[in-house]
Design a protein around this ligand. Sequence first.
Ligand code: IMP
Ligand code: MG
Length: 187
Amino acid sequence: MAETRVGSIEEDIGEVLITREEIEEAVARIGGEVTRDFRGEPLIVIGILKGAFAFMADLIQAIDLPMEIDFMDVSSYGTSTTSSGEVRILKDLSTSVEGKSVLIVEDIVDTGLTLSYLTNVLKSRGVKKVSIATLLTKPSRRERAVDIDYCGYEVEDKFVVGYGIDYAEHYRNLPYIGVLKASIYEK
Ligand code: IMP
Ligand code: MG
C-alpha cells in the first residue's frame, strides 16, 4: 500500500522534463489537428484511466467538434519485468462505439502492450476508425508496434510523474512532467 505522504510534492522532483507551457502547447497543437482531421465524423474520445485524465480534460476543450467522451481502466497482467502481453479491462465503456470514430487518449506509451491490445478490442467491436493521442511516448521501450496519430513529446527512458501520471498513486496533481529524486525510490 502507498504510504500516506505529507508536505510539498515539488520538493520530491529532481528534474522538470516538460513544463506546464510545453504541455499547453502540445494540447493546443493536437487539439487543432484533431479538429481538422475528424470534422463531419461521429467522434467518441476515450480516456485511459487513471493516468490520462488530466490530458483528456484539457485536450477535449481544445477540440472544436461535437463528441462523446468515455473512459476505460485497464491493467497489465504480470509484473513490469514479466509482462505476459495480456491486458485486463477493469472498467469498460458505457457507450456504444459501433460505427463511430474513436480517439484513444493515453498519458504515455511505453512498451505498447496496453494500446496494441485496446486497439484490437475496439476494432473487434466494429468501430469505424481507431486513432491514438498520447501526451508522451518512450520509443526506446517499445515491445509492440503502436500506430500513434497524435503525440505531445518523446521522452527518454526515465520514469516520469505529473499531469495525471503517478508513482505509487502519488504525484498525479503535479502541474508539469518531472522525474523524481532517486531518494524517493529508495524509501
Ligand atoms: P505500456 O502498455 O507499457 O505502453 O504501458 C503504458 C502505461 O504504463 C501508461 O499508461 C502508464 O500508466 C504506465 N507508465 C509507463 N511509463 C511510465 C512512467 O514513466 N511513469 C509512470 N507510469 C508509466
Ligand atoms: Mg496508463
